[in-house]
Structures are given as structure tokens and as C-alpha cells.
Ligand binder design. Sequence first.
Ligand SMILES: [Fe+2]
Ligand SMILES: [Fe+2]
Length: 252
Amino acid sequence: MNFFTQILHIVGSGATAYISARSMRDLQTRPDVLAAFQLAESGSVPFLEALRDRASSEGNDWLSERLDRHASDERRHGQIFAHALKQLNKQVIDFKKMPQKVVDGRPDERKQSPFFGAYFAGYSQDDLKPANIPWAVFFASTYILELDASHDFLRMANTLPEDEPRSANLKKGMISIAQDETGHAAYLREAMERYLGESATQRAIDEWRTRKVNAMLAMVSNFIQKAGKMPSMVQEGAPVEMERQESEKVAA
Ligand SMILES: [Fe+2]
Ligand SMILES: [Fe+2]
């Protein structure tokens, strides 16, 4: 990673942490942030489960166990954000009612997100399917995202007040999410070292750090082009699906 990339990374993560912390603290903008996190966290579950099955079919129990744990953590993270939305009488909009392309059970992020388009530049949609993605690409790309998420979630949690019950509840949830993300980054780094050895691991980390900085720039310039308008992803009302899952859990 060159010096310029390093500086941009620091500025970039500071700026996003500032913007997301502000939007999370403000009850007006909080629902959209929660919805985006709910979608991102829950959306990764089918992908991780498919990778878990692939690792196990390749006889790699070490990796398959970690991916299983990773998938169930992300499912729990999605539920924490869904619950926080429900406390504000909101829910994620019903994407089934909207025309959209779905790949492997998850939204085609590359078509929708300039961030993912830039982050995975040079890789086709097919290359990134759970059956095809090279393990080293999965480990390094996810390692960077998990590591940054652990810091960002903790910073956001720290800005939430403790004297208002809904915020205090969310704060507790986000601190535990941040701890899980740290754990995910740790096993991914260990996996990288097992596969690549120490020096290739360092090179892979540098490459994906640079990609992340470029992806942030792509996202910011797209945001500026759209004059700061983000599509809303929430609607009024508590999610029926969520409530059912919760009562099933209580019954279990
Ligand atoms: Fe997560
Ligand atoms: Fe994670």
C-alpha cells in the first residue's frame, strides 16, 4: 500500500465513521442506516452458508466450522438491526414487490452498488459465486471489510446515548456486533496465513486495502453525483416475518 492510499484510507474511514455515526444518532435518519445494515448483514448469510458447504465438501472442517459460526453471527446481526427498526415502528421495504435482479439468493450488489463494483473490479459476477471464488480472494476481501466494520460499529455505538432505552439497547447490540466482526477478521487472517503464508498474506492485505480505498472514492463520487440523495429502504410497521421468527425462537 502506498503512502497516498494509506492517507486516503485514514481520511476515508474517518469521514464514513463521522457520517454514519451522525446518521445513526439522529432519530430521523437512523431507520435508513439500520435498514442498510440489516440488508447487508442478513444478505451475507446464504453466501457464507454456501461457502461453508463448499469447505466441508473439500474436507476442510477447520474452515467449514468457522464459516458456519460466521453465518450464524451475521444472521444474528441482521436480527439486531431489524429489532432496532421495529422499535422505531419501521421495517425494511419489501424487495419482493420491486423489480430487481437476484443472484444466488442475494441482490446483485455489483449492479446496485458502485462500492462493490469498484471493490471487485476485474472479477466477473461468475467469479464471485460461492462455487467459484478463489479462497484467497474471499479471505482477503472479507478480512478488510470485517476489520473495518468492527471499528466502524464500535465508533457508532459509542456515539449513541444511554439515557434513551431504544438507543441504549441498540448501543449494547452494536458493541456485541463489533466484537463478532473482530473475531471474523481474526479467523480470516488466520485462514489467509494457512493458505498463503506470511508474506503473500501481507501483499493480499495491501491489495485489498487499496481496493477498499478506491471503492470508497467510487461510492463518494456517486453520492455527490446524486446530490446526496439516498433511496429510502424503510416503510412503516413492524415486520411480520421477523415477529414470527422471534416467537418461534421463544417457543423453542
Ligand atoms: Fe456482521
Ligand atoms: Fe462479520
